[in-house]
Design a protein around this ligand. Structure first.
Ligand code: NAP
Length: 576
């Protein structure tokens, strides 16, 4: 479908493009971006999605036991009362199918599918410098042009499987958790291996263990601090109460550091005895959910608080596991709780009390290779019918880096991010005009209840595009100086925390040869949101806005960034 200039509301275009905007991905981010740009601004928008349906991460992660760790009443869009009111909440924590059904419902309700091309992966995106637009190539051999390119590719969408020797030799069933087949997989009487004990591995393990396998072997490298979820079906009274307060709850969630509607109860546990800490944590442990992490304000900054909370959870793990040697292996001692994404459990630890469930510590006995019939560790061969790789993701940057993105002056994203991601506000990049990254690197994204920052980003992008149309601008690109200032500000926020003390996908340490830099904005969703709103209010401070590609990069000195604190801007020299 060719978009004519007359049809387009972005009427300043020098040349015709197929669409005003291309949105990559049809998960929470892509669906809202498509709706907002198409139905609010009136742009012609094309959605492109690799899967054969909407859902994003909730489409792909259909493994047994997949369930959201955020409560159903906050893991949702807040932008439409109607959508919320028409949707019934089933459980305290929605299962994968419930979140997926909700996104399908939203797509139907807003009539989004007609503008999404499913079963199509974006392989490359090149900025056409002559005409000032993006040309997007797909694995269906198409090239589609648009003035704006919006990525809604998600931070956890590029699966990572370690490069084990012999991985293709295995003759049984094997899959990565995020590529689970649509058909039912039976575990009864099977010998099953699960590699990985992150949030995903824990959910799969507790499900497989209860599905009558002959044997379940859990291959663990690093134990995790899992806290209870305490899921249950919501009864009518609970749902009615949530409904009565949901506006307020969501409003609150949009104004906290975490994107959750919870306040911290105490500043610190530094001066408290372990008994006092236990008294505070015990009711939160019983309540379940991420509220547990809001007992102390400085959990992620103060080693003393972190150690006390970690010790509480270590004791709780020990209480649930009968065999002392197994408990020893399941108890983390090499990092503090909360320094990587905390998993939640339903009945994970008690599965290890079953005869048919065993734990293999791969730090003691590393995996040497995968064979036709199982896994060879340094001490023995383990025979399996099934191997499940719950080995995580090339997080935050993986999905974008997989697309061959080329900006101005032939600069590729691969080159730009060779030393780790660089961006302005986690939303945009110098050298890549009119490209917006929803919950991109250096934004709070994975450190929070993600639908919240997704909405903030989509609304910010929508307003920026409207502003450009009103002001007669065709191109928007952050200055190098603004990008550098944002990088410094990011590092400073991360340095205040304990995140860098632990290997994690936040730092890229889970993927060999990935630059090890902290990739997320640690200053909090609320502060971050204030900053991006202030940037917009100040006429998109730090961005160059222009009507012609020839003018880009020629606007002379860019003013100081007043929205970031003095120390950040001071250290960016004027010739940057
Ligand atoms: P993950 O947290 O990165 O965990 C991957 C696991 O694989 C870790 O235990 C890791 O060990 C292990 N592993 C990686 N390479 C290995 C190797 N060569 N040998 C042995 N073990 C290896 O990935 P995930 O569990 O898929 O979770 C990713 C994120 O997805 C979560 O943090 C969460 O944000 C999201 N998620 C959300 C939900 C939810 O809302 N309910 C559910 C699932 C996932 P190391 O720790 O030693 O690296």
């Amino acid at each position: 479908m060719k978009q004519t200039k007359e049809q387009s509301v972005v009427s300043q275009a020098d040349t015709e493009t197929d669409y005003d905007a291309i949105v990559v991905g049809a998960g929470f981010a892509g669906l809202y971006a498509l709706h907002s740009l198409r139905d609010k601004v009136g742009l012609s928008v094309k959605g492109i999605e690799k899967a054969d349906d909407v859902g994003g991460t909730w489409y792909w992660n259909r493994y047994p036991g997949a369930q959201c760790d955020s409560q159903s009443f906050i893991y949702c869009y807040s932008f439409s009362d109607e959508i919320r009111e028409e949707w019934d909440l089933e459980r305290r924590f929605p299962k994968q199918s419930e979140v997926l059904d909700n996104l399908r419902f939203v797509a139907d309700k807003l009539d989004l599918r007609r503008d999404i091309q499913f079963g199509t992966a974006v392989t490359a995106a090149t900025f056409n410098e002559e005409d000032g637009h993006w040309e997007v190539s797909t694995d269906t051999e198409e090239t589609i042009s648009a003035q704006f390119l919006i990525s809604g590719t998600g931070g956890l969408s590029e699966p990572y499987i370690p490069d084990f020797d012999g991985i293709d030799d295995f003759e049984g069933f094997s899959t990565h958790s995020a590529r689970w087949p649509k058909e039912t997989v039976e575990f009864a009487d099977k010998r099953v291996a699960v590699i990985g004990t992150g949030s995903t591995g824990i959910q799969i393990i507790q499900e497989v263990a209860k599905s009558d396998p002959e044997q379940l072997s859990v291959f663990q490298r690093t134990p995790n601090y899992a806290t209870p979820k305490r899921d249950r079906r919501l009864d009518e009274m609970e749902e009615a109460e949530i409904r009565a307060n949901q506006d307020e709850i969501l409003e609150k969630a949009h104004n906290t550091g975490s994107g959750y509607p919870f306040d911290s109860s105490y500043e610190t546990a530094e001066e408290m005895t372990m008994e006092e800490v236990e008294e505070i944590l015990e009711p939160r442990w019983q309540e379940g959910g991420f509220q547990f992490f809001t007992a102390f304000d400085d959990l992620r900054e103060n080693e003393e608080t972190a150690e006390k909370v970690s010790e509480f959870v270590r004791r709780k793990i020990r209480e649930q596991v009968d065999d002392e040697a197994t408990a020893d292996k399941l108890v983390p001692t090499d990092h503090y709780i909360g320094t990587k994404r905390p998993p939640q459990f339903t009945d994970y630890y008690e599965q290890f009390n079953k005869e048919h469930v065993s734990l293999v510590d791969v730090t003691e006995k590393p995996i040497e290779r995968i064979t036709a019939t199982g896994i060879q560790t340094t001490d023995r061969h383990h025979e399996f019918d099934m191997i499940i790789y719950a080995t995580g993701f090339d997080a935050v940057t993986g999905a974008l880096r997989k697309i061959d993105i080329q900006g101005r002056d032939g600069l590729t994203l691969e080159e730009k991010w060779a030393g780790g991601p660089e961006s302005y506000l986690g939303l945009s990049m110098h050298g890549f005009p009119n490209l917006f990254t929803i919950t991109g690197p250096q934004s709070p994204s994975l450190l929070s209840n993600v639908p919240v920052p997704i909405e903030h980003h989509v609304e910010w992008i929508t307003n920026a595009v409207e502003y450009m149309i009103d002001e007669g601008h065709r191109l928007i690109e952050p200055t190098k100086k603004a990008e550098k200032a944002w990088g410094i500000h990011n590092r400073k926020e991360a340095d205040k925390t304990l995140y860098k003390t632990t290997d994690s996908y936040y730092l890229g340490t889970n993927v060999p040869d990935k630059p090890n830099v902290f990739m997320l904005y640690a200053g909090g969703v609320d502060s971050y949101h204030d900053i991006i709103l202030e940037v917009a209010k100040k006429g998109y401070e730090g961005f160059e806005l222009t009507d012609s590609i020839q003018n880009l990069g020629k606007s002379g000195d860019t003013p100081e960034l007043s929205v970031l604190n003095e120390t950040t801007t001071e250290s960016v020299s004027s010739d940057d």
